[in-house]
Design a protein around this ligand. Sequence first.
Ligand code: GDP
Ligand code: ZN
Length: 306
Amino acid sequence: MAAEEGLLPGLITRAQSGFFTVQTERGPIVCQLRGRLKRPRREADLAAVGDRVSVRLVGQDTGMIEAIEPRQRALSRRDPRPQGFFEQVIVANPDQAVFVFACADPAPRLRMLDRFLVTAERQELPAIICANKIDLVGLRAARQIFGLYERLGYPVFYVSAKTGRGVPALRKVLLGRLSVLAGPSGAGKSSLLNAVQAGLGLRTREVRRRTRKGRHTTVVPELIPLEGGGYVADTPGLKAMGLWDVLPEELDACFPEMRPWLGRCEFNDCTHIHEPGCAVMQAVERGKIDPARYESYVSLRLGQGE
Ligand code: GDP
Ligand code: ZN
């Protein structure tokens, strides 16, 4: 960013009621948006957690956001307004989503994972799966559960927060990146973050508690810095964030294994559920598409997803 006199570059790590915490080389600075940046008619949030900004110091640790860098991408939801859709930005510039599921205790709900993956595909966010608690079932059984996703092309990390197995590889993939973390409660997200970096899980728990306590439950997560670079955004759950805005006709393309068959069905508005001459259903019958994944597709398409 242009190093204008007196301007500090930084990253928004927290946003609440018009106040933004910006992480800079001088530490965190609490800022407001310069008035001229607030245009009355706009289609998306102007500033959000994850945005890179320039700050002018006003006091010791307070300042004004003078400029916002263009966003590379965003994790966002479409908020219907009378004048059209408004894009509510949940996290700006995320690099990846990390979905944490336990191999056991609680048993992994793969239909929920499928739904998370569809959301990531819809948002064009690279997804990583973290299969935790391998100490409970062993690596071989863990691979039987999650191997399907490796074959689909999603990186799967087999880890145990308890024994530390696989944790260095997970740490490596988090370093230097902005990761959005999600998964059912009890999967071991806090424990894993603690294993990645001492105290990290505790910080996210604290943030979660504070987020829940507020009068307006915020869906916007706080970015927690990693030693060595990078940030983790622990989300209260993609569903709680209202991210589920995939249109029925967009759904098939959010299943990577279906893409080669799309456009080959007899009807070009095929829903791949009951139509004759459906290339997707034929691929399922011939074992080219996993039946459980197809089942996820059908239940999501019929609006019976979790
Ligand atoms: P969160 O709700 O996703 O943040 O999950 P927690 O980190 O609070 O973990 C839920 C429970 O699972 C706790 O009792 C943890 O001690 C336990 N746990 C977490 N990771 C592991 C693991 O790798 N192996 C085993 N056996 N238990 C774990
Ligand atoms: Zn079809």
